[in-house]
Design a protein around this ligand. Structure first.
Ligand code: FAD
Length: 452
């Protein structure tokens, strides 16, 4: 069997490596239009902030490593057409048009940043550099600009995770530049947090002299007036899903629609990572969620599905759906969330949606900040009638984000506050309190079981 994979970043690499590690009789060909693989965008920002000194060390794979595993890797080889009837992919290599027949095809073509400003026009007009932070070459360019003394004033458009992280990175790198962060709505991080939790992050940004400009954005006509040296666009991603237009898509993004094994509407074609949809267990529908965590999971599952089917086995690896777990560090605060915000829950469940906020410290009060203690605030979103848990948001100065993984499972299993309030959680005074913050927060939720 020949498996052809299009795209060789996180999803493509995970799929190819899984196939080659577990299933010896499968021939694997991978086509990548760029000349670099395995670049983690978030690491580019850590490089700018000085947390990482050598970006090359963060590349977790290489063309040599893939080829050593027997993978037939073609760099600088864009696939421009697929004939799904003849099962043939057409690609360009060394200025020649070539093709290859597949038995199974995996689309791992990823996503592109949404752009609103025309780069070249802006540069010509007033020397403002307009960039996004997706590729390795952009990461290198941003790093160089961040250390260039000519950089005096920059704007970041979009106050999502990447915008907030970029603001932190540039401020850590440079204390002497103006940083304006534009956010179209009235709070940052609005896809993941309610307003009160986003404010924890906004305060940190403001305390570090980042001008958070809410309810504002800039367009091309503003670029000339505002005189920025650099504008970083971070307003989201759109899937690269134009290669096989006849496959079912998820509107409005156009991501390839897939089942729990990663199969598209053509059973021999899989779509994984940022070009594909994912089922959200809380919203109970397919959504577009371009995250590296899903990219690798979905790719590994698709590889096992292909491998099991090739051996005549009943497929056992299956995606369980997503709860949208995510986290961001903004200077001294770590915000993490999973499931629905209260605002989303209200949209879906109207007055049956409820939330409680609970604040405490993570360790016994007699332990100090130096001993790893820190304030924590948790929001629990739930259904008032059954106390089914719908979402969690956490703000803490210490890293308690592992809790989000547990809560992701709680949401996946549609558990109620009754079921996890008395979960067996250890107590060790150096690490937590006998009634820990999660259990105390859930006790507040349980009050709604008796107050009608
Ligand atoms: C700055 C930044 C920070 C991030 N931080 C996080 C984070 O902290 N946590 C997290 O989970 N996610 C994060 N993400 C998101 C994460 O990087 C993406 O979800 C991930 O890159 C998706 O991997 P992918 O392989 O599906 O797609 P991509 O990384 O987009 O790779 C797709 C590959 O396909 C190639 N390709 C496309 N079309 C063709 C074609 N026709 N022929 C040949 N090759 C083609 C492209 O060149 C590319 O190499 C971040 C992203 C950025 C930009």
């Amino acid at each position: 069997m020949r498996v052809v994979i299009i795209g060789s970043n996180h999803a493509g690499i995970s799929c190819a490596m899984t196939l080659s590690s577990y299933y010896k009789d499968i021939e694997i060909s991978v086509f990548e239009e760029s000349n670099s693989i395995a670049y983690i965008g978030a690491d580019g920002l850590l490089w700018i902030s000085g947390e990482i000194d050598n970006i090359e060390k963060t590349l977790y794979s290489s063309p040599e490593k893939l080829r050593a595993k027997g993978i037939d890797l073609h760099l600088n080889s864009p696939v421009y057409k697929v004939d799904t009837v003849k099962k043939e992919v057409f690609y360009k290599e060394d200025s020649q048009n070539k093709s290859l027949i597949y038995d199974k095809l995996v689309l791992a073509t990823g996503s592109s940043p949404i752009r609103t400003l025309n780069d070249e026009k802006s540069i010509l007009a007033n020397k403002t550099k307009v960039l996004t932070a997706k590729t390795f070459s952009e990461g290198k360019e941003l790093f160089e600009i961040s250390h260039d003394k000519k950089l005096k004033k920059m704007a970041i458009i979009g106050g999502g995770y990447i915008g907030a992280e970029a603001a932190v990175a540039f401020r850590e790198a440079r204390d002497d530049i103006v940083i304006d962060l534009y956010q179209k709505s009235d709070q940052i991080l609005n896809n993941y947090f309610d307003k009160e939790f986003a404010q924890f992050g906004e305060e940190e940004l403001i305390n570090h002299k980042i001008n958070v400009k809410l309810n504002l954005t800039i367009n091309e006509s503003d670029v000339e007036k505002l005189n920025y040296d650099l504008i970083l666009e971070s307003i989201g991603f759109c899937p690269n899903s134009e290669l096989i237009p006849q496959l079912d898509r998820l509107e409005p993004t156009g991501a390839y629609k897939v089942n729990f094994y990663g199969q598209t509407s053509d059973n021999d074609i899989y779509a994984v990572g940022d070009c594909a949809s994912v089922y959200n267990n809380i919203l109970e529908k397919d959504v577009y969620m371009p995250l590296g965590s899903y990219a690798t999971h979905s790719a590994i599952i698709a590889a096992h599905h292909i491998g099991f089917v090739a051996q005549g086995l009943i497929p056992r690896h299956k995606h369980n759906g997503s709860e949208g777990a995510s986290s961001v560090k903004i200077f001294d605060i770590i915000l993490s969330s999973v499931g629905m915000t209260y605002e989303n829950a209200q949209n879906k469940f109207a007055s049956n949606a409820q939330y409680i906020d609970f604040s405490n410290v993570i360790k016994p009060k007699y332990l100090t900040e130096k001993q790893g203690n820190a304030p924590i605030t948790i929001r629990v979103v739930f259904k008032k009638d059954t106390l089914q848990l719908l979402g969690f948001q956490i703000a803490c100065g210490q890293d308690v984000t592992n809790l989000i993984h547990l809560l992701s499972l709680v949401l996946q299993k549609q558990m109620t506050a009754y079921q996890i309030r008395y979960l067996d959680m250890f107590f060790l005074p150096e690490l937590n309190q006998v009634y820990n913050y999660l259990q105390r927060a859930l006790s507040q939720v349980l009050k709604f079981g008796i107050i009608k």
